[in-house]
Design a protein around this ligand. Structure first.
Ligand SMILES: [Zn+2]
Length: 430
């Protein structure tokens, strides 16, 4: 028989080597060594790592690529970033937001990032960004899964029409409830917002993903409320706490009570190392806190933890490039977590785990799953993180939608090799 596509001699994330993957009707039809069949297209993987696509479970697509509009964030601080977004917001147009988002999705595809959960600001009576991103979601659907979160960025209670606008956004088709309790006027208002938002999610049968305790305040307690409300309403893994940076600064005794409560509730946690490490601890002199949440401790209790990107070239962060391996790499350093097991885990934290949090159907390298795959110029997942490996092929439903030439350096050194493949430096035990 003839398949649409066969990828030959790949290494899989679970360590299996010499594997062929055959694709029919946009789905994975077979996986195994030396599949005896023809194909319209054959890709020689040369032993490199074939993985499912990257998934970014925390992003802001309404702000991305706006760096420099209307001016640059000179201090690089959160406060100047918030002020800048306030200046930019009234000047946004539907066309400009949509065009920037589409350009960002082009970049994402080139980096093998094929699913994104983006928060979208609903504190604008025009719901301009919501409508623009709903249009983008429809446009990119053939190549990228975009999931939108109704995010009351200026506060569900604190911003005058946020509650009404959030419901309007959900009515328009935004599929996840968002929140920002630490930005409400008081801790009590923050807790009340979490309760109200969880009730909306429960009533509508939706997921909820809250920007939760994104501060250095050791007294911030909103993830406790989120876990309790998720438990009370039976939301379980449909609920997610994003950032959780205050947990970095919390009292250890309190955390010893908090983490089992989070585990019992079944909610997910998302850390955003690029942003947490740069925006937190900014009021400190020295020692200066890192601000990333307690990833290892949550993992040890079986709490699903994923890594998100949060920002790329926007008022809050001037760097970034839709590279989820950059996020994994930064998490290793920021935590820090350098055991082989933990580095390996960061690869799952930008692929399988966020795919589960988003509820993506047909995800993964398994027979019957969507034929969505990446060929990375790396021997295995740890090497992919180390190298932030080149995406040689990006495949969606069995079709190559992006490709990048392999990285190779030419050397002019007496008595040394003429060329160099960075992936060839993998440790011999890999
Ligand atoms: Zn965010």
């Amino acid at each position: 028989m003839t398949f649409e596509l066969i990828i030959r001699n790949a290494t899989l994330p679970d360590g299996r080597k010499g594997q062929d993957i055959a694709v029919g009707s946009g789905r994975i039809a077979a996986i195994g060594p030396e599949i005896a069949a023809e194909a319209d297209t054959t890709i020689d993987a040369r032993g490199f790592l074939l993985s499912p696509p990257f998934v970014d479970c925390h992003f802001h697509m309404d702000a991305t690529l706006s760096l420099g509009l209307p001016r640059l964030n000179v201090s690089g601080t959160l406060l100047e970033g918030i002020a800048l977004w306030g200046e930019l917001k009234p000047r946004l147009t539907h066309e400009a937001v949509a065009e920037r988002a589409l350009r960002y999705c082009d970049l994402a595809v080139s980096q093998g990032l094929l699913a994104v959960r983006s928060h979208v600001d609903v504190c604008d009576d025009r719901l301009l960004a919501v409508e623009a991103l709903l249009e983008v979601k429809r446009k990119v659907k053939p190549y990228l899964d975009l999931q939108l979160v109704a995010f009351p960025q200026d506060g569900y209670f604190r911003s005058a029409n946020a509650a009404r606008n959030l419901e309007r956004a959900l009515d328009l088709g935004v599929e996840v409830v968002g929140g920002i309790p630490h930005f409400e006027r008081t801790m009590a208002d923050g807790a009340a917002s979490v309760k109200a938002l969880c009730e909306i999610a429960a009533k509508r049968g939706l997921m909820i993903d809250v920007h939760c305790d994104e501060s250095d305040d050791p007294q911030s307690r909103h993830v406790e409320t989120l876990a309790a409300e998720a438990h009370r309403l039976g939301l379980g893994n449909r609920a997610t706490g994003s950032h959780l940076t205050s947990m970095h600064s919390m009292d250890n005794y309190y955390v010893s009570k908090l983490l089992p409560l989070i585990a019992e509730s079944g909610i997910n946690a998302i850390a955003n190392p690029l942003i947490n490490l740069t925006l937190q601890g900014r009021h400190d002199s020295y020692p200066r806190r890192r601000g990333m949440t307690r990833v290892a401790e949550m993992r040890a209790l079986g709490i699903p933890v994923a890594l998100g990107q949060d920002c790329v070239m926007d008022p809050w962060y001037g760097l970034g490039g839709a590279d989820m391996l950059d996020v994994a790499h930064m998490a290793v350093h920021g935590a820090p977590m350098t055991s082989r097991e933990a580095i390996r885990w960061t690869f799952d934290a930008v692929t399988e785990i966020p795919a589960h949090i988003l509820g993506l159907e047909g995800y993964g390298l398994a027979v019957g799953a969507n034929a969505d795959m990446l060929l990375l110029q790396a021997a295995d997942p740890i090497e992919a993180v180390r190298l932030r490996a080149t995406r040689l092929f990006v495949i969606r439903r069995g079709k190559v939608i992006a490709r990048t030439p392999a990285r190779e350096a030419e050397l002019s050194l007496e008595g040394r090799p003429a060329s160099l493949d960075p992936a060839a430096y993998a440790p011999s035990s890999a």
